[in-house]
Design a protein around this ligand. Structure first.
Ligand SMILES: C[C@](O)(CO)[C@H](O)COP(=O)(O)O
Length: 239
């Protein structure tokens, strides 16, 4: 009889940054949002999703105990690994991939998500898994609703892109572990330090990248006003 090996679906949550643009002492992934740490909202989204088996966090140095406390206080039972963050997101993702490679097989699926996108929905997680299982990868993205101006000097623009063809990348970015390992090996050989996993994969051009429908509310907390926007979005959910 043919043996059926179950593929793990792993959420790799990135919480390794300082969030300088937020101008707060506390890194933005640990700020409170409706009385609950931002990262707790994010971890809950994965914890509550039936298709996610394991959660791993890439954590800013010195905040590991805080994450352990969040795990305990908010009953994040799927959180099984905390890996060290690096000095930028490229290195942090690399640390996460190396860490996961010790425990999981190369066919397992990894959803790489920024802790500072706490309004992640179950629908986006399901869509990432569906698209990745169908095509081999998934990048969460939303259609753009504004014109995009291309500029080289930040002063003038001579080029625009058709709006219908523009999408904004969000996270999760979902890949099989094998492709993540290969991409990071190649990045190391070519000394590439990418801004995000999406930009790395786009630059390497190893395969097409497939869109998983995102949501406008899946915002990334970057600037102080984003906290108020997220609070407002969360309170509309409760009505
Ligand atoms: C990954 C990302 O959120 C996709 O839009 C974005 O590239 C991250 O950018 P940041 O400069 O690291 O916040």
């Amino acid at each position: 009889m043919e043996s059926i090996i179950k593929r793990h679906r792993i959420a790799l949550v990135l919480a390794g940054g300082y969030g300088g643009r937020m101008h707060m002492e506390t890194p933005k992934q640990f700020l409170l949002l409706q009385g609950m740490p931002v990262i707790a909202h994010t971890l809950k989204a994965f914890e509550n999703h039936p298709e996610i088996d394991v959660i791993a966090v890439v954590c800013l140095s010195g905040w590991e105990e805080y994450v352990e406390r969040v795990k305990h206080d908010f009953h994040i039972t799927k959180l099984q690994h905390i890996f060290s963050g690096g000095s930028n997101s490229h290195i942090s993702i690399g640390n996460g991939i190396k860490g996961l490679s010790h425990y999981y097989t190369r066919d397992d699926i990894v959803l790489v998500h920024e802790a500072v996108r706490p309004l992640l929905s179950a629908k986006i997680i399901s869509e990432n898994i569906r698209i990745c299982e169908l095509y081999g990868n998934a990048i969460t993205a939303v259609r753009d609703n504004e014109a995009v101006m291309y500029t080289e000097d930040g002063v003038s623009s001579y080029r625009c892109f058709p709006r219908e063809q523009m999408y904004k990348a969000q996270t999760p970015h979902t890949f099989v572990l094998r492709d993540l390992e290969i991409a990071y090996q190649e990045a190391e050989q070519k000394s590439i330090c990418a801004q995000s996993l999406y930009t790395l994969m786009a630059e390497l051009k190893r395969f097409p990248l497939y869109i998983a429908e995102g949501e406008r509310r899946n915002i990334k907390l970057t600037h102080p006003e984003d906290i108020r926007i997220a609070e407002a979005l969360l309170s509309t959910e409760m009505i």
